[in-house]
Design a protein around this ligand. Structure first.
Ligand SMILES: [Zn+2]
Length: 501
């Protein structure tokens, strides 16, 4: 294993200015492939969702998937892009076993969308990422290399190919060079991919699950000395598939480039692999010159010429975009930037909205998700959305608290029961016997018992040491197994002892 020299991050930024370019591939969630009617559903038997077209058999003819074009236009519009009045597909020619046609049908100099931007927030400040283009293409098949230690082709005994993914519609979104981010470049990269993912999900064009490979990012990075206009030589870290990894890959490459440059070396233009385990990158394919893919217009497909009426119809139908929605919810809920950031970091925003939709007041919905449930997700090391409790169930717990059936302590036990699979909140209340003792007679009896059993304390309270009443409240709460309303208990005790609260 070669040891890669890294310069401390702060030192690297003192000497150099990072320039990034991000290329994000998104698999569209269409029912069928880009140029044929094969299903795109996941998890099928290998090579069961293929046909002569996506296998590139001679004589087969592709047909463009209209829904994929519609999705591409929606993405372009949401990214503030111009939408081409006329564009074509092109063949990108190269050989690789996972691509049965020996060319990828893509778009070359005529993308469907171009010249846009996406605003992202970093540390409460807005950073504008300019978009160069968004174009349509198709995915390749999937190779599985068997027998090697790392799952890569190196050291493998043989490889398996599954063409079910070959031909699934992809949108590739390419930024213009991102300059001026300075030391925040890795955060900007992460924030951009996060914002893009939210946007894609809001548009409903893909689930954009990075862990499933439905969205992946290539991180291009170069450094230049401060004050120099010309960009340095870039590396391209391929297929980074989590938000955290995007940030780590950019950070690692900044430190690596800086070490190479400061020691008088030359950065090699190459693709690199990112390693999740230690956050490093290693050399992949060296690209000394731009590869010549011999692009030419795809002769088997007619050009795509979306009418302006259709484009305007799609623009008018766009949903509220994530950034606008977040600002609206923050204002509606009356949260500070910091509080809103916590909600976002916890991944709880949609859960809170759904809980409010199910009838809970906003502050209650936020309190349960950000308190008890965020803590639980954290303890279990799971995604908060994956907890076995629904927004409707949380709303029901909140309703039981607000009608006085539960206090917070009991509500926590109800939530615990729901999480443990004991049923709906009301069932947990019944099974565990968790109801606030609101029967005044029973409560009064418990209060009398507590006073009788703690005569000394009762005497102190009577003589004006009201603070001592806390011990009596505690005794009643203990006797009722926490199922009494503590404020009401206190009132009753003071009433019995003839003192004013
Ligand atoms: Zn097919």
């Amino acid at each position: 294993m070669t040891v890669i020299d890294l310069m401390p991050y702060e030192d690297a930024l003192t000497a150099y200015d990072p320039v990034m370019g991000l290329e994000v591939h998104v698999e569209l969630g269409t029912a069928t492939k880009m140029f044929c009617g094969c299903s795109t559903s996941l998890g099928a038997e290998p090579n069961s969702q293929v046909c002569p077209t996506c296998l590139g058999m001679p004589g087969s003819l592709p047909v463009v998937n209209a829904t994929a074009v519609e999705s591409a236009i929606k993405i372009g519009l949401a990214l503030n892009c111009e939408i081409a009045e006329w564009c074509r597909f092109a063949r990108k020619n190269y050989f690789y076993p996972d691509m049965p046609k020996n060319f990828q049908t893509s778009q070359y100099d005529e993308p469907i969308a171009y010249d846009g931007y996406l605003d992202v927030e970093v540390d409460g400040e807005t950073f504008r990422v300019e978009i160069e283009r968004a174009h349509m293409e198709e995915d390749t098949g999937k190779s599985t290399h068997v027998g090697g230690a790392t799952g890569r082709i190196h050291g493998a005994v043989h490889s398996l190919l599954d063409y079910n993914r070959a031909g699934i519609p992809l949108i590739e979104i390419v930024t213009k060079p991102i300059v001026g981010a300075g030391e925040r470049a890795p955060q900007v990269a992460k924030a951009y991919v996060a914002e893009l993912r939210e946007l894609i999900k809001a548009l409903g064009v893909s689930e954009a699950r990075m862990e499933m490979g439905q969205m992946r990012c290539d991180v291009n990075l170069s450094l230049r000395p401060h004050g120099q206009e010309k960009f340095g030589t870039r590396s391209e870290t391929k297929n980074v598939n989590s938000l955290r990894s995007v940030e780590r890959a950019a950070r690692f490459e900044i430190q690596r480039h800086a070490a190479v440059l400061s020691s008088g070396g030359t950065v090699v233009q190459e693709t690199r692999h990112f390693h999740e385990d230690d956050g490093s990158t290693t050399s992949g394919r060296i690209k000394e010159e731009a590869e010549d893919y011999r692009y030419f217009p795809e002769p088997d497909l007619v050009p795509v010429a979306p009418s302006r009426e259709w484009v305007e119809e799609l623009r008018a139908g766009l949903p509220e975009l994530p950034r606008v929605r977040r600002m609206r919810l923050q204002a509606d809920w009356g949260l500070s930037d910091h509080e809103m950031q916590s909600v976002l970091n916890a991944g709880a925003i949609d859960l809170i909205v759904a809980t409010i939709d199910a009838g809970a007041p906003a502050d209650q919905a936020r309190k349960w998700w950000m308190g008890e449930l965020a803590r639980r997700a954290n303890e279990d090391g799971t995604d908060i959305a994956a907890l076995p409790i629904t927004p409707a169930q949380v709303a029901r717990v909140a309703a039981l608290v607000s009608d006085g059936s539960l206090n917070d302590k009991l509500a926590r036990q109800v939530i615990e029961g729901v999480l443990a699979g004991e049923g709906e909140p009301d069932e947990v209340v019944d099974k565990r016997g968790l109801k606030v003792v609101s029967d005044e007679g029973a409560l009064g009896a418990a209060v009398d018992e507590a006073i009788a059993a703690n005569a000394g304390i009762a005497e102190k309270v009577r003589s004006g040491k009201v603070a001592a009443a806390g011990a009596l409240v505690g005794a009643v709460m203990k006797a009722t197994r926490g199922q009494a309303d503590a404020a009401r208990v206190r009132e009753l005790i003071l009433e019995r002892l003839g003192v004013q609260g």
